[in-house]
Design a protein around this ligand. Structure first.
Ligand SMILES: [Zn+2]
Length: 332
């Protein structure tokens, strides 16, 4: 048993309370590699932002859960070394699919877990979420639950169709499950292809897809039912077209990749949304830098030669998200 407190990590409770009161959102960045971890910490320290480092099932399979836990501990120590006296870093399980997995993570240094029962019947979702909450709270770990279904593909998580969260269910669900935050479905989607061309319109000038807007009416309805309760948006990458263009200009093939416009996420951050998950944009930033590097310097074969610009480009993206989209800068 390793408590997250021994690792210097924090849970989300105070962080979310401040974010809700302050009208901003906490960035939740998925990580699998050393370079992502370094870039996340550098960006968080430079902007004085709290940060959630999250681990999906895919990340655990790729990098090993134990290694990722020590990387999160390393992130805290690295932040201190970079001059941050009191780093606010959460290690969060993204899309936990069973009580057993959530428990294993709580026992192994995670400070926050998500139980995603969104594909289960409503009562079953409440029952298992509550079971996770009881175990987690006994260890001062916070729990994110999910109500409503997001479309798209994210590691092993995928759904064909989305179902918006029903505002009439949120009070009952959060009260009976005891969850600390709630992932809601208001039109975001996992992956770099969030919408089909048929769901979008096309900008006549650029030929690029314009996605349908988020369901702000549902968000405001949820906010009215649960004032001050922390809501979470998954699948909230914006799929920046300059990175997509760089990838495509250097041998890549990502036609019609499309995301959630940043202005809409900024608006959501100002209201009841206090955690925004961003993964695909970082993948795009890393891939764009590496493709460009290989194209321009075909003789390079030392991984540091291409991972360094990849790390720089990710850091730029993290800082951009923190300052321009979430507004979590200068909050430490
Ligand atoms: Zn997700």
């Amino acid at each position: 048993m390793t408590s997250y407190k021994e690792l210097g990590l924090v849970n989300t409770r105070e962080m979310f309370a401040k974010a809700v009161a302050g009208g901003y959102a906490i960035p939740a960045f998925n990580f699998n590699t050393l370079e992502q971890m370094q870039a996340i910490v550098q960006a968080a320290v430079e902007t004085k932002s709290p940060v959630i480092m999250q681990v999906s099932k895919g990340a655990r399979n790729y990098a090993n859960g134990t290694i990722l836990r020590y990387m999160a501990q390393g992130a805290v120590e690295y932040a201190k070394e970079l001059g941050c006296e009191n780093p606010q870093i959460v290690l969060h399980l993204d899309h936990g699919d069973s009580f057993e997995l959530c428990k294993e993570c709580i026992d192994n240094g995670f400070s926050s877990v998500m139980f995603d029962g969104s594909s289960l019947p409503y009562e079953e979702n409440i029952r298992i979420t509550k079971q996770v909450v009881e175990y987690a709270h006994a260890h001062d770990v916070t729990v994110e639950a999910e109500l409503g279904v997001l479309a798209g593909v994210e590691d092993e998580v995928q759904a064909e169709e989305s179902h918006y969260t029903k505002p009439e269910e949120v009070v009952d669900f959060s009260t009976r499950s005891g969850c600390d935050s709630l992932a809601i479905s208001i039109g975001t989607s996992h992956g770099a292809y969030k919408f089909t061309p048929e769901q979008c319109t096309r900008d006549p000038k650029t030929g690029k897809l314009v996605p349908p807007p988020l369901a702000f009416d549902i968000l405001h309805e949820i906010e009215k039912k649960l004032p001050g309760f922390p809501n979470v948006l998954h699948g909230s990458s914006s799929v920046p077209q300059d990175e997509v263009d760089t990838i495509n200009a250097h041998g890549g093939k990502l036609p019609d990749a499309v995301g959630i416009p940043e202005e809409q996420l900024r608006e959501a951050s100002k209201s009841a949304v206090c955690k925004i998950n961003i993964d695909s944009d970082i993948r795009l930033a890393m891939t764009a830098a590496i493709r460009k590097h290989f194209d321009e310097k075909p003789g390079d074969f030392d991984p540091r030669q291409y991972l360094k610009p990849a790390r720089e480009n990710m850091k730029k993206m993290y800082i951009h998200k923190i300052v321009e989209v979430l507004g979590s800068n200068d909050k430490l």
